[in-house]
Every structure is written in C-alpha cells, then in structure tokens.
Design a protein around this ligand. Structure first.
Ligand SMILES: [Zn+2]
Length: 112
C-alpha cells in the first residue's frame, strides 16, 4: 500500500473515538470500522497490482518497448487479500483459483 492510499480518515476516526470516550468507545469504533471493511470487501473486491502499476507488464531495461507478463497478478488486476478470505463465495473461489494458476505457471516457468 502506498502512503497516499492509507485510509487516514479511519485513523482520525479511531483517535477521535478514543479521545471522546476512552477504551469502550474505541472498541465500538473498531467494531464499526470492521463492519465497514467487510462491506467494502463485498462491494470493491478488486485492486490494481501495485508492483506493475496495474499494467500486468514488466518492461525491459534495455529494449524498453518489450515486456513480459507480470507473474504476480492477472493482467494487472488482483483480488484483495481480505476479499480472498472474507469476501463472497465466488470471489473467494476466484482468488484461490487464480493464485493456484499463477503458482503453477511460475513453477512450470510458463508465466512469461
Ligand atoms: Zn502485476
């Protein structure tokens, strides 16, 4: 996660909750944020892969117009780590399937 993407609003929310009501309100705030996170995993289960900038390509350093496929994502897109665990069932299945396919391709050297 890049620094600019850190959800600062959640940190501010947590600090404010603690200042206003101490530990009990902070606990309520954490539960509230957890529910929001789980809903977010349902509504927005996908992300761009950061390492390849969401392009799905790794550019050559010398012949710069060339590229190979990124072996860590699917065409620049990934399913969120949390969605692979707590998302809807089709998303969890897709997460597992694509992760296995990438691992197999890397093992066999067929991912480039
Ligand atoms: Zn990638």
């Amino acid at each position: 996660m890049r620094k600019s993407q850190f959800p600062w609003i959640l940190a501010i929310f947590g600090v404010t909750a603690f200042v206003v009501g101490g530990i009990p309100v902070l606990v309520i705030a954490i539960v509230f944020v957890a529910v929001i996170y789980l809903l977010s995993l349902r509504v927005h289960p996908r992300i761009r892969h950061g390492r390849c900038g969401g392009t799905g390509e790794h550019r050559g350093a010398v012949f710069t117009w060339t590229h190979r496929r990124c072996g860590r994502c699917n065409g620049g897109r990934l399913i969120r780590w949390g969605a692979g665990r707590w998302g809807s069932e089709p998303i969890r299945n897709e997460y597992r399937r694509t992760a296995e396919a990438r691992a197999t391709a890397r093992r066999n050297g067929t991912w480039r």
